[in-house]
Design a protein around this ligand. Sequence first.
Ligand code: CUA
Length: 333
Amino acid sequence: MSSSPEPSEARLVRWLPLGPLILALGACGEGVLDPSGHEASRVAGIWWLMFTLGAAIYVVVLVLLAIALRRGRREQSSDSRSSRFAGTPLVVGGGLVLPVLVMALLTSVTAMSTGRADAGATTVEIEARQYWWRVSYPGAGGVVTANEIHIPVGEPVELVLTSTDVIHSLWVPELAGKIDLVPGRTNRMTIEADEAGEYRGRCAEFCGLAHAHMELLVIAEPPEDFARWLDNEARDSVEPTSDGELAGREVFLGSCSYCHTVRGTNATSDFGPDLTHLASRRTIAAGLLPNTVGDLAGWILDPQRHKPGNAMPAMQLEPDALQDLLTYLETLE
Ligand code: CUA
């Protein structure tokens, strides 16, 4: 018997400590444990409390399991009725009383830390659509943009969140926890960035085919830079000057104005993202591609190849018309 191969239970027990490690690595990847704002710090605090409690309980369970396995084998031949009854307090204490206490503690800590922070001077309206984010700044001269939220660093900013189609969820791990955007309902959340920088966010609720490509960028900048950005965004689009730009605007008005707005022109549709200041954005297609001429051309010609399921049709354009259109779009700073 002593030379028999290792029992499968013992082999399993050797791998069990990997559980908490995998959990911790999963959280690291999304920046939850690297908070840069008040809201995110609270989430991280609760995460660490849950992780510490969970890991401690996990270790206790492993030790008890090891003891049980060892005893079980030793007592296999003897009558084990007495040891079964001896374990009753352990089952009641560890299986009933302890979980209730731990859950009560976690629930109260979570409830106490989810009070809403004071909103600052800036309000940003975010409307989720399949599969992009319409971003507007009420009270800032009709500023509408997409997939990029600029905020002043060190100031609380109120987000007003809605959806026009299905349920989406906004998640910028370094700044705050998740919040759903629900059709017919308005949710609010206050975020604040402690440091200037770019924070990636994503849709965290499955919302259709292109759900995985519904990202956004939060750009926190010094209040002066934010004011300058907002001021520029409130302006109409720049007037074309060269022949190529003028021709490009005609292509735009003929092919793209059914879905997009460029303020200062006859293109006023609200179906797709507002492109008035497209050239000043970091990315296109809701964070999927960098905003370069090449990527823009590829996107215009075949958006479904890059992001299957999105609402934009492929544009049938002659090479010259495409070149003019790109020249015009590049001027939209
Ligand atoms: Cu929007 Cu997932």
